[in-house]
Design a protein around this ligand. Structure first.
Ligand code: DC
Length: 224
């Protein structure tokens, strides 16, 4: 039997990470945050002092970058040149640069190959933007998780404050809107739900309710 792959896609702040981690934990699968690979690529560009808008420099730098992702089932740890950069990846500068570098074909090809390798031979819950459409189109369970923009901004704000960043709701809402636009409007693998994805709106649900829905779907399809 093929190892189980659950794809969870959706916009920033819809609750993908929490849901994906909890589903992985419940089902004994590995958790993979595909966005972290784009963030690591962006960090490699910023550390080299290049502009994320400079397509040639970005392609060359990302081509050479040694990006690794280790997952122990619940947490994933991102390595850049063997160094653990997980904490640095959350900085707002990296977030914006990741949205920019992820538009490039060469970057996407390398990250998709890395993500497929992470799912090879074992069961995973992978979250991202194009997991159900591009990375694992054959995944037997695809979820598209969405929520109202205001609710996503509110959640992201709480997360940012937790991480010690002084953000305002206005600024966070602006940043989320900007990222939605970059993710949805890019030519390659834009953020869209796969045709066979189940759409879950988490605006009025807590993370446990979202997890329960996903686990029930997996059960109903005889995947667990
Ligand atoms: O999920 P995240 O916020 O960590 O993602 C960072 C950026 O990477 C985001 O702007 C979109 C991009 N991304 C992508 O293009 N494809 C994915 N599968 C995951 C993330």
């Amino acid at each position: 039997m093929q190892p189980l792959i659950i794809a969870i896609d959706g916009p920033a702040g819809a609750g993908k990470s929490t849901a994906a981690q909890k589903v992985a934990e419940r089902l004994g699968l590995a958790y993979v945050d595909s966005g972290a690979t784009y963030r690591a690529a962006a960090l490699a560009v910023l550390e080299a002092g290049a502009s994320p808008e400079d397509e040639r420099a970005v392609s060359e730098l990302v081509e050479r970058a040694d990006i690794g992702l280790e997952t122990d089932g619940v947490r994933s740890q991102v390595l850049l040149g063997g160094r653990d950069v997980s904490a640095e990846l959350r900085a707002p500068k990296v977030t914006l640069a990741a949205a920019k570098v992820s538009r490039l074909r060469s970057v996407r090809e390398k990250m998709v190959a890395l993500q497929r390798a992470l799912g090879r031979g074992r069961g995973v819950v992978m979250e991202g933007r194009d997991i159900g459409t591009v990375v694992f189109p054959e995944a037997p369970l695809k979820i598209f998780l969405q929520a109202d923009p205001t609710e996503r901004a509110r959640r992201r704000l709480l997360q940012e404050r937790d991480e010690g960043r002084a953000a305002s709701l206005e600024q966070t809402a602006y940043e989320i809107g900007r990222r939605d636009q970059l993710d949805a409007e890019r030519k390659l693998s834009p953020l869209v739900a796969a045709r066979d994805a189940i759409v879950i709106d988490s605006t009025k649900l807590d993370s446990e309710q979202v997890v329960e829905k996903i686990v029930s779907l997996a059960r109903a399809r005889n995947l667990i």
